[in-house]
Design a protein around this ligand. Structure first.
Ligand code: GLC
Length: 749
């Protein structure tokens, strides 16, 4: 226990430092400059051991219900300055006590960072990020992250490991559920929205938290779709597909990056100077800090690029890693490495400075207890307003994939409805893999939501089958229940275990024998609706061919059941659009809308000498940008202001959209371009703009768009971003495969 007197001396020292640096900070100095001066002053007081402790991030100890969630050894390590950051210790009260140990019982009282994977909500869970991306509502996506930050920051957390901004075109990879889909343009907008949501407009506020752009970089293209496999993408794909969302996060002032488990150009990301220094620091001028993913430093030995943890630590810190998550390689090796002159104290100071700067920016030195106010935890977490926002986000995220003969919305005068399937009343799957502090008891399942909406309707429930077993014992009950009903609602798909980290699947069919039950129920000839739960695109070909109505519900979060009931019974008109292609077959992967034409495009003729398959079509089951509505929309009147524009000009154009149906609805108007002639091959289309518009029945709106020459840039053969003159096609539509208006313009020197 540090003596009070010594603590008093240090506190006075720190206050003096603060006053000296503060009063020297002239008005026009940026906040960062003043923080940097304070950081430098604090750094000058730190021992090498204490500096290395700031680079150390460790997890919670076992018992979640203990007063501090850390054991005595870890508490002593904090007192000794060997731990500067924690992951997984949550709650205002526990974190207050752990922070108190750091602030009052360590020599310099440097506050701790408390991190948690707040991926899609903290206690009030919103739909998984891939689902939120299907809303195409950037404001709603930002608001979702804002609410997550408010709840997390009220519960002792000041750093989240989100947003995950990996672009992926491979639904075999379970982590597609965490991202924003296949398109780098849209993924960049979503990345920035999420960073703004978490970090707000002022990191020093008590309800804003550090965000973390992960996993830097290229993790979304694991070879063979297998988790933790290597990526072997071209530099072109890296620059065109994987880096843009990370740069967008930077431009939104993201405070931290996380290295990926994979390698780029055969160099593991954790020791990639190209990624962590050349790009992140020298090209992008990032001044935050880089944390590794879990134990990636010691995994360098498995990669075969480090002989031992000591050399792994050297390579990591020299490449640009600042904080070690979970491996202890830094805290166990760096002090000796400095003595052996294999690492300079200056190298360590650079990392420490970045981390201390983040702590200053969070306001932790002014008030280390700001995130541990039990009153906030009582009043700002799982509030009715947060629930309502989660319900709205879930409504907006769902995608109507099929609605033959307008089976949906169902009539509210139905007397008996069968609700069948493993997900119908499973709160755990509604929460998803990254459930943070969400609890089963707070979830509105589909069955619960349906009963709440129509208390006078009889909902007959049968689980029927589990997600992934060979047990058919529930089939009879399900068939019996279905026979008694006017309509059958099937809640089927993946459990929360089937997607997320360490959940790659070689098949993307609906797991287990669920389809056996679906086919048996189908023989009853009842009207059937499939509510699909999944964290990734699935090959639901048979369902698409035989079931009249299909609603993509994803993993919908705490209010998922209410949102689905709202849609099924017409209280919300579905408006979601797919942010990722649903393959017709797993054999098509990677499949995405912005493909290249090749020299032998499949033009639909029966020639075999074309880029096609012998046994399946090239087309996906459902394309990027696809989603139906209870109404329909007419596109008309495309007007391009100038058909020839110079490089410094802006291409402006407008079009009209009409709600030609009988109910209000939202349409996501998508604007694609095609570069018709360039020095390198170009995709057949690329998303450049979109707008989600709400229209009353019969209403027409004129929507204007503008595109700059910079929006049309390409990576030339020398991997330089340039804009080339030439002719471009303008393709405007309701999905990437449903183009309703076409036009052309020419970019001239
Ligand atoms: C995991 C994930 C990463 C997460 C981290 C901390 O392995 O790859 O996304 O933030 O560990 O939980």
């Amino acid at each position: 226990m540090i003596k009070k007197s010594r603590f008093l001396i240090w506190s006075i020292t720190l206050v003096v430092i603060y006053m000296v640096t503060s009063c020297n900070t002239s008005e026009n100095k940026t906040i960062t400059d003043s923080y940097e001066r304070k950081v430098d002053s604090l750094l000058s007081l730190m021992t090498l051991t204490e500096k290395i402790g700031q680079l150390n991030l460790v997890g919670r100890d076992g018992n979640r219900n203990s007063a501090t969630q850390i054991g005595p050894k870890k508490a002593n390590d904090i007192r000794k300055g060997l731990v500067g950051n924690l992951i997984g210790v949550v709650g205002a009260a526990p974190n207050r006590e752990v922070q108190r140990i750091a602030v009052e019982e360590s020599r310099l009282g440097i506050p701790l960072l408390f991190a948690r994977d707040v991926i899609h909500g903290y206690k009030t869970l919103t739909p998984i990020p891939l689902a939120e991306a299907a809303s195409w509502d950037l404001e709603a996506i930002e608001k979702s992250a804002r609410i997550a930050a408010i709840e997390a920051s009220a519960s002792g957390i000041n750093w989240t490991y989100a947003p995950m901004v990996d672009i992926s075109r491979d639904p075999r990879w379970g982590r597609v559920m965490e991202g924003a889909g296949e398109d780098p343009y849209y993924g960049s907008l979503v990345a920035a929205a999420r960073v703004r949501g978490f970090q707000g407009d002022d990191l020093s506020k008590e309800n804003t938290i550090l965000a973390c752009a992960k996993h830097f970089a290229g993790y979304g293209s694991p070879m063979a779709g297998r988790e933790y496999s290597i990526i072997d993408v071209s530099m072109r794909e890296l620059y065109e597909v994987h880096l843009p969302p990370f740069e967008a996060a930077l431009n939104a002032s993201v405070g931290t990056y996380m290295t990926s488990f994979t390698e780029v150009n055969a160099v593991p990301a954790t020791v990639s100077k190209f990624l962590l220094t050349d790009i992140l620091r020298e090209q992008w001028n990032f001044d935050g800090f880089v944390v590794t993913d879990w134990s990636t430093i010691t995994q360098l030995m498995e990669h075969g690029v480090a002989a031992d943890s000591s050399s792994a630590a050297v390579a990591s810190i020299k490449a640009g890693v600042d904080m070690d998550m979970g491996s202890q390689a830094f805290v166990r090796n760096l002090e000796n490495l400095v003595k052996e002159k294999k690492v300079s104290e200056k190298d360590i100071d650079i990392a420490v400075r970045r981390i201390l700067l983040a702590k200053y920016r969070l306001g932790l030195f002014e008030d280390p207890y700001k995130y541990t106010n039990p009153e906030r935890e009582k009043t700002e977490v799982l509030t009715p307003q947060n629930r309502e926002a989660a319900r709205e986000m879930a409504q907006k995220s769902m995608v109507l994939l099929k609605n033959e003969n307008q089976l949906l919305p169902l009539s509210k005068s139905l007397k008996t409805v069968a609700v069948i399937g493993p997900v119908a009343d499973d709160p755990r799957t509604h929460m998803g893999r990254w459930k943070a502090e969400g609890e089963r008891k707070d979830v509105i399942t589909l069955l619960h939501g349906l009963k709440k909406k129509l208390p006078n309707t009889k909902f007959l429930y049968a689980k029927g089958v589990d997600y992934d077993t060979k047990d058919r014992s529930g089939f009879l009950e399900a068939i019996s229940v279905a026979k008694q009903a006017e309509v059958v609602v099937l809640a089927i798909g993946e459990s929360q275990k089937h997607s997320g980290e360490a959940s790659s699947r070689a098949s993307i069919d609906i797991p287990g024998i669920q389809m056996e039950l679906v086919k048996k129920l189908h023989t009853l000839g009842k009207p059937m609706v499939v509510v699909l739960y999944n964290g990734r695109p699935l090959t639901i070909n048979w369902i698409n061919d035989h079931i009249p109505a299909i609603l993509e519900a994803w993993i919908p979060g705490t209010e998922g059941g209410n949102a689905i009931a709202d849609i099924l019974f017409g209280d919300y008109n579905p408006s979601g659009k797919l942010p990722i292609t649903f393959p017709y077959s797993v054999g098509q992967i990677p499949i995405f809308y912005s493909y290249k034409n090749t020299g032998r495009p499949d033009d639909g003729s029966d020639t075999k000498w074309a880029s096609k398959y012998y046994d399946i079509p090239n087309e996906p089951l459902y394309p990027f940008g696809y989603g139906l509505s209870y109404t329909n929309f007419k596109y008309s009147d495309l007007k391009i202001k100038k058909s020839k524009v110079t490089m410094s000009d802006t291409i402006t154009f407008s079009m009209s959209i009409t709600n030609a149906g009988k109910v209000p609805g939202e349409e996501v108007i998508q604007v694609y371009t095609r570069d018709l002639l360039a020095s390198v091959t170009r995709p057949v289309k690329e998303l450049k703009r979109f707008k989600k518009v709400l229209l009353k029945p019969g209403e027409t709106k004129t929507i204007s768009f503008s595109i700059t020459a910079n929006d049309l840039k390409l990576l030339n053969e020398q991997l330089q971003w340039i804009t080339e003159p030439g002719e471009f096609q303008l393709l405007i539509g309701s999905s990437s495969s449903d183009i309703r208006l076409e036009g052309k313009f020419e970019l001239i020197e």
